[in-house]
Ligand binder design. Structure first.
Ligand SMILES: Cc1cc2nc3c(=O)[nH]c(=O)nc-3n(C[C@H](O)[C@H](O)[C@H](O)COP(=O)(O)OP(=O)(O)OC[C@H]3O[C@@H](n4cnc5c(N)ncnc54)[C@H](O)[C@@H]3O)c2cc1C
Length: 630
């Protein structure tokens, strides 16, 4: 029977902070899937922007589009590796940099949905500018809005909202990347209690060299309840005027989003006034995670915007380019790419605004939902950008069309704000932890693995009937959905039962070993990711059908609307001749769901029929790892 090494136990202790959700929060859609419950109520109706705000956002988008066209030269920004000050000033004047800041602090008081809609436009025009805005508003100043006290907000937000000052979020360090809890920067309270004295280094902090305000994570000793202290992460407001603040290097040249600047900072006995702690001392990791929830949603919006642009360019080129006496759009291998791009784009957009809706209705536990949106959209855009370049052939490879830049720019989304591998493992483990917890918790079992093996194994029995009978998934079959969508609802219900049974069987078979079995985690995670994407697509289609009275008595779509429930165009391209926007969306959305369902089934089959042992053996051979090292 495997035992846990001390290092593993420490990691699990850290994971507790990362995986722990608000105990009072109701189980969300995604966590419920792990229990075999299809909670359609959590995804229906599709979020809809308030009409007045939608109008305000539309007006802002017109101005933003005009500004981007006239003043933001994405190619020049890429080549010169800097975003000109006039771009930052212009975005500030338009109100973009303070969109989500409450009005009383000089911001626009917009919802997250509105912000995502604007960010889509900016990121698809110039990804570097999108990243600057996101680093400033989605993560740089977000902790101030969420956790700042009145004095802190009054002091810092007005300048940030107007763009007179730019914000940055500083978590990463030379030794701290994905392992966010391992922060090495230390903050010690001065003897007179007036300051925290910070020592350490930060790297990769976007906007840091331009910033007037930074949210900085550092560890402080806090009482451990046993008469000693424990170093825990705390969030601080840092400004560049503090003595001991040093910009070691303002930027490094890189693959994509080349106009953005990632600073390396050093804090040399830097004195931070004690009233600049953001939130509670020792609760910085929670601050960071809450902020990253927002960052992940807006990153998804940027990806969705990029997807729409790529799809449009792909369709135009495929219809224009002739080879072998035919337009390349006639070849099935090109059609397949266009279909994939359209389906992915529709699903990315559906997930983005589903997540934005959760933010706007202040959902307490949306960690998994925002992680899924981020993972799906970042991976989706990468595939889409690659398909676009392939459809354009050699021309796509030339700099002139901006496609190779799109590909380079898209790459970063798979690394920042939770790298793909980390998000994948996180989604599987956070979901499975929920199941384990109902039966005395996977987490507690891993803290006391030997004593808790029995509990883990018996977790099946109390809720098992729901899963065996599939009754938890009945919502997919009970007529809540429009007749056009009932087949998809039934598929989702079937998959919900299947994923829960699979999770149960995995936990029963592998017990605590599952914590290390990332290839199995990946199958569970991506199944859940695609199920949530299916749910978002179904919900959005339902909203479209409802809005347009979309079917005739025969159950066939007859609407001609283009709403997506957010009051804005879904941008899946252009005019499609005789096919209405609603019909097109039904074709695209259903296509996505059917393909996703097939791949989920294949993944779940592979849980019990795979080559994982061989794969790991090959890697271990190359890595020089012998089985005894495992
Ligand atoms: C352009 C850019 C902008 C950035 N902006 C900011 C910013 O504004 N603020 C900030 O604080 N940071 C920022 N970062 C840092 C960014 O958040 C990190 O790069 C990211 O978290 C990954 O950390 P890392 O680069 O150290 O990679 P590592 O953590 O070293 O990961 C390397 C590889 O190992 C994988 N890996 C790691 N752990 C696991 C695991 N448990 N299981 C499986 N695989 C694993 C990763 O997925 C990755 O593939 C930025 C980085 C870049 C490049």
């Amino acid at each position: 029977m495997p035992t846990f090494k001390r290092r593993d136990m420490e990691e699990m202790e850290k994971a507790k902070d990362l995986l722990e959700a608000d105990p009072n929060a109701e189980l969300g859609f995604v966590k419920s899937l792990f229990f075999g419950r299809l909670k359609l109520d959590a995804v229906l109706p599709y979020p809809k922007q308030d009409p007045d705000e939608a109008k305000r956002t539309d007006e802002l988008i017109v101005k933003v589009d005009a500004f981007l066209k006239e003043h933001v030269d994405a190619d020049k920004i890429d080549v010169e590796e800097r975003i000109p000050q006039h771009v930052i000033d212009g975005l500030g004047k338009l109100g973009v940099l303070g969109m989500t800041v409450p009005k009383e602090y000089g911001g626009g008081g917009f919802t997250h949905t509105a912000y995502c809609r604007v960010l889509e436009r900016i990121a698809s025009h110039c990804a570097s500018t999108g990243v600057l805005v996101g680093a400033h508003q989605s993560i740089g100043l977000k902790a101030l809005i969420l956790m700042g006290n009145e004095q802190q907000k009054k002091t810092f937000l007005p300048d940030l909202a107007a763009g007179r000052k730019i914000a940055a979020f500083c978590l990463s360090e030379p030794e701290v990347g994905s392992d966010a809890a391992n922060v090495q920067t230390m903050a010690r309270l001065s003897d007179d209690g007036k300051h925290y004295i910070l020592n350490g280094q930060k790297k990769f902090a976007t906007n840091a060299a331009l910033a007037g305000m930074m949210t900085v994570m550092a560890k402080t000793p806090v009482p451990d309840g046993k008469g000693g202290t424990k170093d825990k992460v705390t969030a601080f407001i840092v400004t560049p005027d503090l003595p001991g603040f040093e910009v070691v290097s303002p930027n490094r040249s890189k693959c994509g989003v080349r106009g953005t600047w990632q600073g390396t900072l050093r804090f040399n006995d830097m004195k931070v006034p004690a009233d600049r702690v953001l939130g509670q001392v020792g609760k910085g990791l929670k601050v960071a995670l809450a902020v990253l929830d927002y960052g992940r949603c807006t990153l998804s919006a940027g990806c969705a915007g990029g997807g729409k642009l790529a799809l449009k360019m792909a369709v135009e080129h495929a219809k224009r380019r002739t080879q072998f006496s035919r337009t390349i759009s006639e070849f099935h291998l090109i059609k397949k790419k266009i279909a994939n791009m359209a389906e992915m784009t529709y699903a990315m957009e559906s997930l983005t605004y589903m997540a934005a809706g959760l933010v706007d209705r202040k959902e307490k536990d949306m960690m998994l939902e925002s992680a899924i949106a981020k993972l799906f959209c970042s991976e989706g855009l990468w595939t889409i950008a690659d398909d676009l370049l392939q459809i354009w052939g050699g021309e796509g490879y030339m700099r002139q069309h901006g496609i190779e830049r799109m590909l380079r720019d898209a790459r970063i989304n798979r690394i920042v704000e939770g790298a793909t591998e980390v998000m994948t493992a996180f989604i599987a483990l956070a979901g499975m932890k929920g199941v384990g917890e109902e039966f005395e918790s996977v987490l507690r079992a891993t803290k006391h693995p030997v004593q808790n093996f029995g509990r883990l194994a018996s977790f099946a029995h109390s809720q098992w009937s729901d899963v065996v009978m599939g009754s938890g998934a009945a919502a997919g079959r009970n007529g809540q959905l429009h007749p056009e969508l009932s087949e998809l609802g039934q598929t989702l219900a079937r998959l919900t039962t299947r994923i829960a049974r699979s999770v149960h069987k995995l936990l029963r078979t592998y017990r605590q070993d599952i914590l290390d079995m990332q290839l199995q985690q990946e199958r569970i995670a991506w199944s859940v990711v695609e199920m949530y994407a299916m749910a978002a697509v179904i919900s959005r289609l339902q909203a479209e059908l409802t809005a347009k009275g979309g079917v005739n008595g025969n159950g066939h779509a007859n609407g001609n609307g283009n709403g997506n429930g957010n009051g804005h165009s879904n941008g899946n391209g252009h005019s499609h001749g005789p096919v209405s926007d609603l019909q097109r969306d039904l074709i695209v959305g259903k296509g996505f769901c059917r393909r996703a369902a097939r791949s989920i089934d294949q993944r779940l089959d592979a849980l019990w029929d795979n080559d994982d042992t061989d794969t790991l053996k090959v890697a271990d051979t190359l890595l020089g790892v012998t089985p005894s090292d495992e």
